[in-house]
Write a protein that binds this ligand. Structure first.
Ligand code: ZN
Length: 72
């Protein structure tokens, strides 16, 4: 069963979310990529998170660098 959008003017069933990539800013500078999870009917923000793809890329890069340091 799908949940309902909390926006009083919408109240539509939310069977899927729209994902929108946004920059995450800390102390005035862009640090990471985040995603907003939006109602597909009215685009109310239902959630926000760090972009998991960005996070995975960073983790793979970090692991690669550590392996490189160990094997040198
Ligand atoms: Zn809505």
């Amino acid at each position: 069963m799908a949940g309902k959008c909390p926006n009083a003017d919408c109240r539509s069933e939310v069977g899927r979310l729209v994902c929108e990539k946004v920059p995450v800013v800390e102390d005035g500078s862009e640090v990471e990529a985040g995603v907003l999870l939006l109602c597909p009917h009215c685009r109310t923000i239902l959630g926000a998170a760090m972009d998991p793809r960005e996070f995975t890329d960073d983790m793979i890069r970090e692991i690669g660098e550590r392996i490189d340091r160990i094997t040198r």
